[in-house]
Design a protein around this ligand. Sequence first.
Ligand SMILES: Cc1cc2nc3c(=O)[nH]c(=O)nc-3n(C[C@H](O)[C@H](O)[C@H](O)COP(=O)(O)OP(=O)(O)OC[C@H]3O[C@@H](n4cnc5c(N)ncnc54)[C@H](O)[C@@H]3O)c2cc1C
Length: 491
Amino acid sequence: MRLLGVGLAGTVLPGAGAFAPPSDARRVDVIVVGAGMSGLAAARTLRRQGKKVVVLEARDRVGGRVKAGKLAGHTIDLGGMWVGPTQTRLLALLREYRIATMPQYLKGKGIVDIAGKRTTPEGEGFGFDSRGQAEFDRVVALLDNLSAAIPPDAPWSAPHADEWDDITLEQWHRENVHNDDVLHFLTSEARVNFTAEPWQLSFLYFLFYLRSGDNFTMLASYDNGAQMYIVPESMHQVAAAIGNELDGNIVFGAPVSAISQDAIGVTVTSDQGAWQADQGIVALPLPLSSRIRYQPALPADRDALSQQMPMGSIIKLWIAYEKPFWRDHGMNGLMFTDAPPCSAISEATPPSGSPGFLVGFMDGRRALRWSGRPMEERKKLFTDMIVNYFGPEGAKPIDYIDQDWPADPWSRGCYGPSMGPGVLTTLGTALRAKFGRIHWAGTETSPIWTGYIEGAIRSGERAAADVLAGSKSDVKSTIEFSRPRNFLSLA
Ligand SMILES: Cc1cc2nc3c(=O)[nH]c(=O)nc-3n(C[C@H](O)[C@H](O)[C@H](O)COP(=O)(O)OP(=O)(O)OC[C@H]3O[C@@H](n4cnc5c(N)ncnc54)[C@H](O)[C@@H]3O)c2cc1C
């Protein structure tokens, strides 16, 4: 017998009929929602442990925020791209699937254009004068000291958590940074790292993010930092390799619209039909995870958290030239500025040395202003910028492509969501709290390298481990299952 439209406590829920699992729902052990790096990592782990898994993916491809594109005949990354030396899970996957990396090109001079002053420091230098450099070193040491006190798995329990969560990063900058050049630089650095403005970020959340990736220098650096290596012909190869391993277990074009659960299992409804399983893993950015309808409804704290973690905004722009002409002028292709439209440019020329590739990052409010406009307009904007910084040869690109992430319906922004004041201390515990049979993955749920591919992989592996460990979680389940086992008979 099947009882439909009945809540966990046996009461009829308003509108619950919409969740009725169809009789042809297919049965697996675990349903994973989302084939980004977190969902793929979860499914791969479960499959290797003998679990029957289905991954339901809205798009027609794997990788989510890791996406390949074509530029001048090469495959490039329109999403996540760099890997750093302490991102051990991602490095292990690259080794396992025999995917090569190459160091970021740093030989020669970069360009820094901050507070209206243009300098050309060696390598990835900052171009401060001696007073600016001293102040920068002092502020970074202070930030590293403060962030070292943050427990990454429970930042809300840090000694000054409430005090730091009450203020924005911008407020902290204004009170603690005593040099204009450094203030402008740090503002732009925050924009590049969070794709949000410093006034949108809680200072506690900022410190947690630094701690999650170790420290400020690790996050901001190329050499020995988070931007140390590129994957020639794209990072997306990792997603594709896991996708191949999961062949037959991923259903594409299957946006999930509803998830219901009861004493027997979880039912997930998508455009490609319904599946039932013992447990589910939702591996989506938080704001997208709450667009799914849940029965019973999401716990209030999880719902509130997802409403208060807005996605950042980024457009990633790639331009190609016959050769990396900037190298001939002793430049390494790096550019960093607080002036619009792009805060940063990096070079990403293939190992063969040609064609020459530059990649730009238009972030925060600037990205929102240019989102939804024709690509040709952004191409002109970026080309003009290259001419301005690297010289007249920049006027003759051989190819261009960009990715307007805010306009993408299955990301709605990027790199990811972040937190404003008051959110981490009041709702932070809801990030990973298991919801009955539903486990949460996605890079934002990872205490280590949150926001990065590394965090996504770790979050997927953690969610899979929780499933395998009999649904143990670091936070107690929010649902008591008291119904008899025959409450819902499965088709
Ligand atoms: C421009 C850019 C540059 C970046 N650079 C770097 C970098 O250099 N290094 C780095 O480490 N990280 C970088 N990142 C971040 C990194 O890409 C992400 O942290 C990581 O890929 C997130 O993986 P995820 O699995 O958590 O989420 P996602 O990749 O967002 O995966 C979620 C998946 O769920 C799917 N989905 C959404 N809604 C539904 C639904 N209702 N039903 C079914 N499926 C759904 C989506 O299509 C997607 O495939 C960058 C990101 C961007 C956008």
